[in-house]
Design a protein around this ligand. Structure first.
Ligand code: SF4
Length: 481
C-alpha cells in the first residue's frame, strides 16, 4: 500500500526538530550568499557535516568571494579545506571555480543546466544549490533521500538519478525544497545507513522497512549480565583509498565493538592519525613485508589479553594475512586468504595456507570459542555467486577451493550468514567492471564463521551492501561472548 507522504514527512520534521541543521542549510541561513552556499555544497560531498563546517569556516576566513578565492593557489586551498573527503580533487575544482563563474558574469547561475557546467558540480550539488541558495523548486537527491524513499517504498529505484526522476513525478511540489534537509538529518540520526534505529523511530509501524536490517539493541542474556557484541569484517581494498571515500564515517556508523579490516595495503606509519586512531578504538596491525600489498588490521573497543600476528610460518606471515586477538571468552581471527590468482598460479600456495589456517583455528578452539572472519576468497556453493557455471575454472570457485571450504565446515566451523539467510543473490564482492555492483552480479566471499559448539551464541548475521568505498562490502554478526 502506498505510504501517506505528508504524514511521513511531517513525522520526520518533528523527529529531527531538535537535531543539528545540515551544514549547507545553516550556511544558507547565516549568509544567503549563493557563492558561499555553492562552495560549502562542493565541500560537503562525502564529508561529515562537522568537518565541512570547520573547513568551510577556515576557507571563508581567507576567501569569502570569487575574487579572493581566485588569489589562492590550489595548494593553499587544499591546506585550508583538509580533511574534507577528496580534498585534493575539491581544491582543484575550487581553483577553477572563479574562472568558470566568469561565463555567468561572475555570479552563481540558477539553472541546473548551467550549474552542472561548473567544476565539481554534479546534479545533486546543482539541485541543492538551486533549492537552498535560490529557493527554486528542485529536489536534491543524495544517498539519504534515495535510500529512505526506497525503504518507504515511495519509489522503487536503483540510483539517485532515477529517484530524482521518480520524485519529480510523484512528490508534491510543496515538499521539494525541504525533503533533502529533512531526510539528511533523519538519515544521520535515526534512519541511519547501517543498522537504522527503528526501535526509537516514530515511523515504526507504518514504515514498510524495505530491505532494512534494524540495529539490535544490546541485550542482557537470560542468565546474567552478559551482552551481545557486534563484529564487522570488511575488505577495504586499500585503506588509504577508502579513507578518501568516507571510511571514518562508515567506521563510526557501524557502532561495532570489533571491526576487522582486510587488504589494508599499507603499514600503519603510512596512515594519517584520523585513520589509524578512530575515537573509542585501539587498532592492531599485521602488514605485509612488501609495501602496498595485502595486510590486515583490527579496531577494537575491548582490550585483548593477547595479540597473535600470523600463523607462525614465515612463508605466509610475510604477507600479513592473519591477525588474532585473544579475549577472556573467545578468539577473533581476522584473515585475508590468498587469491589463487590468474591462471590459478597461486592455488597450491592458497591451499597450503588454508590447511594451516584450519590447524591454527582448531588448536585455539581447544580452550574457547573461535570467531573467524575475513575475505575467504572463495564462494562456497553455487548460490554464493551470480554465474556459477561460467566460473568453475576461475579463481575463487574452483573445485579445489570449494572442497577446502567443505573440509573447513567438516572440521567444525559454521558459516553464520547461512544460519539466518538462505536467499539467492546475497553478495559481498562485485567486480569494478561492467557495472557489476549496480546489476548485483557478485560473489559472496566474505564470511563470519564460528566453531560449531558456539553457533547458538550468534544472534544475527548480515551483509551490508549499502556501504560503499571498496569492491567488497562489510559483513556483520552480533553474538553473545
Ligand atoms: S522504521 Fe526504521 S527503516 Fe523505517 S524510517 Fe524508521 S528507522 Fe528507517
Amino acid at each position: 500500500m502506498p505510504i501517506d507522504i505528508d504524514f511521513f514527512l511531517e513525522t520526520v520534521a518533528r523527529a529531527v526538530a531538535e537535531t543539528r541543521t545540515p551544514v549547507v542549510d545553516l550556511i544558507a541561513v547565516q549568509t544567503r550568499d549563493p557563492f558561499r552556499i555553492l562552495v560549502a555544497t562542493i565541500l560537503s560531498a562525502r564529508t561529515k557535516d562537522e568537518v565541512t563546517a570547520v573547513a568551510a569556516d577556515r576557507l571563508f576566513r581567507m576567501a569569502d568571494t570569487r575574487e579572493k578565492l581566485a588569489r589562492l593557489s590550489e595548494e593553499e586551498i587544499a591546506h585550508l579545506i583538509y580533511p574534507v573527503g577528496f580534498y585534493r580533487s575539491k581544491a582543484g575544482y575550487l581553483k577553477q571555480l572563479p574562472e568558470a563563474l566568469q561565463t555567468f558574469g561572475g555570479k552563481v547561475p540558477e539553472t541546473i543546466d548551467d550549474l552542472v557546467t561548473l567544476p565539481g558540480v554534479g546534479r545533486k550539488t546543482a539541485n541543492l544549490v538551486r533549492s537552498v541558495a535560490f529557493g527554486r523548486p528542485a529536489i536534491c537527491v543524495d544517498t539519504h533521500v534515495h535510500r529512505i524513499m526506497n525503504i518507504w517504498g515511495y519509489v522503487d529505484t536503483d540510483s539517485p538519478l532515477k529517484t530524482e526522476i521518480a520524485l519529480r513525478r510523484t512528490l508534491p511540489e510543496r515538499h521539494w525544497l525541504r525533503v533533502n534537509s529533512l531526510l539528511v538529518a533523519f538519515g544521520q540520526s535515526i534512519c541511519r545507513p547501517v543498522s537504522p534505529h527503528c526501535d526509537i523511530c516514530p515511523l515504526l509501524g507504518p514504515c514498510p522497512q524495505n530491505g532494512v536490517t534494524p540495529r539490535k539493541i544490546m541485550k542482557k542474556s537470560a542468565n546474567g549480565n552478559r551482552q551481545t557484541l557486534r563484529f564487522i569484517s570488511w575488505n577495504v581494498n586499500g585503506i588509504r583509498a577508502v579513507a578518501q571515500k568516507g571510511f571514518t564515517e562508515a567506521m563510526t556508523g557501524f557502532d561495532a565493538d570489533i571491526i576487522a579490516i582486510q587488504e589494508t595495503k599499507a603499514h600503519p606509519d603510512q596512515l594519517p592519525p584520523e585513520v589509524k586512531n578512530i575515537d573509542g578504538y585501539t587498532s592492531y596491525w599485521h602488514s605485509a613485508e612488501r609495501k602496498g600489498y595485502s595486510g590486515v588490521a583490527i579496531y577494537s573497543r575491548l582490550q585483548p589479553d593477547r595479540v597473535i600476528t600470523g600463523l607462525g610460518n614465515p612463508e605466509f606471515d610475510c604477507e600479513g594475512r592473519v591477525l588474532t586477538l585473544e579475549f577472556p571468552s573467545f578468539y577473533l581471527i581476522n584473515i585475508y586468504f590468498p587469491n589463487s590468482g590468474e591462471g590459478l598460479k597461486r592455488l597450491d600456495y592458497k591451499l597450503r595456507f588454508n590447511q594451516q589456517l584450519i590447524d591454527f583455528a582448531s588448536r585455539l578452539n581447544r580452550d574457547r570459542m573461535v570467531v573467524l572472519c575475513g575475505d575467504f576468497n572463495v564462494a562456497h556453493k553455487p548460490i554464493d555467486l551470480k554465474n556459477p557455471a561460467a566460473n568453475v575454472k576461475n579463481a575463487g570457485f574452483t573445485p579445489e577451493e570449494r572442497a577446502w571450504m567443505d573440509s573447513f565446515i567438516e572440521a567444525g566451523f559454521v558459516d553464520t550468514f547461512r544460519m539466518f539467510n538462505q536467499e539467492t543473490e546475497q553478495y559481498t564482492w562485485w567486480s569494478y567492471r561492467f557495472n557489476a555492483r549496480a546489476k548485483n552480479v557478485g560473489w559472496r566471499i566474505d564470511y563470519f564463521c564460528v566453531d560449531q559448539a558456539s553457533r547458538d551464541r550468534v544472534r544475527n548475521a548480515a551483509i551490508l551492501p549499502e556501504i560503499m568505498g571498496s569492491d567488497h562490502c562489510p559483513v556483520q554478526i552480533d553474538l553473545l561472548p
